[in-house]
Design a protein around this ligand. Structure first.
Ligand code: THU
Length: 164
């Protein structure tokens, strides 16, 4: 028996101004998207902004439903909209922002849920291009990773379906 250790790498930024300019602009888009959330049940607004290789930004926000599981997270709303409206155009980054209604900032990081990580990963594989992930780190700070694998080691990949 031997141990397998997988490491993930994230960059932490003290404030918005410390982020690279492209990340700052995308994060502001995600923050605006969060204002458009339809979240009457959780009252938790999430916004996502996807940057395409051609410079187009696609926004998404969480869309809830009275039948709770029928709702969808902001990240997947944005990613599926990008995939549907701009097929074949690589996704190069996604920014994610969130706030509970009545509060403009979180004290803890807003990290994408497992389903959204799996979907982000699919787009990396589909376009064979890493997707930079920028998220809020709590108390006005930010966290970025150079690709989705940092969030999802041992990801389930469609390549296995072709091999079996
Ligand atoms: N939510 C997202 O939009 N993204 C995530 O990564 C986690 C959770 C939404 C789903 C639901 O509308 C609300 O946040 C509370 O879970």
């Amino acid at each position: 028996m031997k141990k397998i250790v997988l490491q993930s790498h994230f960059d932490h930024f003290e404030n918005l101004a410390e982020l690279p300019t492209a990340d700052q602009l995308l994060m502001v888009e995600a923050q605006k998207a969060a204002d458009d959330a339809y979240a009457p049940y959780s009252k938790f607004h999430v916004g996502a902004a996807v940057m395409l290789e051609n410079g187009v930004v696609v926004r998404g926000s969480n869309q809830e439903n009275a039948a709770y599981p029928s709702g969808l997270c902001a990240e997947r709303v944005a990613l599926f909209a990008a995939g549907a409206q701009h097929p074949g155009i690589k996704i190069i980054a996604i920014a994610i922002s969130a706030y509970p209604e009545g509060k403009k900032q979180l004290s803890v990081p807003i990290s994408p849920c497992g389903n959204c990580r799996q979907v982000m990963s699919e787009y990396e594989l589909r376009y064979d291009h890493k997707i930079r992930v920028i998220m809020e780190g709590g108390n006005g700070t930010f966290i970025a990773s150079e690709n989705v694998v940092q969030f999802l080691p041992y990801v389930f990949s469609g390549s296995v379906l072709k091999k079996n």
